[in-house]
Design a protein around this ligand. Structure first.
Ligand code: PRP
Length: 185
């Protein structure tokens, strides 16, 4: 098997594991306080949210919650790296009607993905609907979206690690860093 020198693509670390853990703890504390023991349907947006979702879920400790996931399309007709047309590739397993749905995203960039999901879920009459993002990257917003819980503000760069990928690689990094030699980095 041919070895690929993936680490040569990795640039400056933007958020290390301790900074991420601290943001996750703060978000979990805010969520626990706001929901005050009310059960939450925690909806992860795969694949990017996988690391954040797993850590947030555990940081929520004994708060009652159920787990569910959606998968949305990754590519569209928007700007380079943008989403353009967003489509649901995998829907929820549970019905969201009457539930306190909390969407969990790794990053909000143009806002198209979150806007699509909020509209989609709102039409199915959840009891409440909020969004939590580890990172807000507000520089190229195409649609305004309300993010109820924001962990960190991302720089305007192509980021990988802690769930974020470049060509499906780097999701397993325990930190978030810039990617070298990319048009957007
Ligand atoms: C990323 C991220 C968000 C979305 C945000 O997912 O996880 O879901 O982009 O982008 P937007 O605000 O510009 O719409 P991606 O489509 O890269 O797929 P992935 O989750 O499988 O990495």
């Amino acid at each position: 098997m041919k070895a690929v020198a993936q680490d040569s693509l990795l640039g400056e670390v933007v958020f290390d594991a301790a900074q991420i853990a601290s943001a996750v703890e703060r978000l979990a504390a805010e969520i626990k306080r706001d929901y005050a023991g009310e059960p939450i349907m925690l909806v992860g947006v795969l694949k990017g949210a996988i690391a954040f979702y797993a850590d947030l879920m555990r940081a929520l400790g004994e708060h009652p919650l159920t787990l569910d996931f959606v998968v949305v399309s990754s590519y569209g007709s928007g700007r380079e790296g943008g989403k353009g047309d967003v489509r649901l590739l995998k829907d929820l397993d549970q019905k969201p009607a009457g539930k306190n749905v909390l969407l969990v995203e790794d990053i909000v960039d143009e806002g198209l993905t979150l806007d699509y999901l909020l509209n989609n879920l709102r039409s199915r009459e959840p009891r409440s609907l909020r969004a939590c993002a580890l990172m807000d990257k507000p520089f190229h917003r195409v649609v305004p979206v309300t993010i109820d819980y924001i962990g960190l503000t991302a720089p305007d760069a192509f980021l990988v690690g802690y769930g974020l990928d470049y060509q499906e690689g780097f999701r397993n990094l325990p930190y978030i860093c810039k990617l070298k030699r990319h048009p957007q980095s």
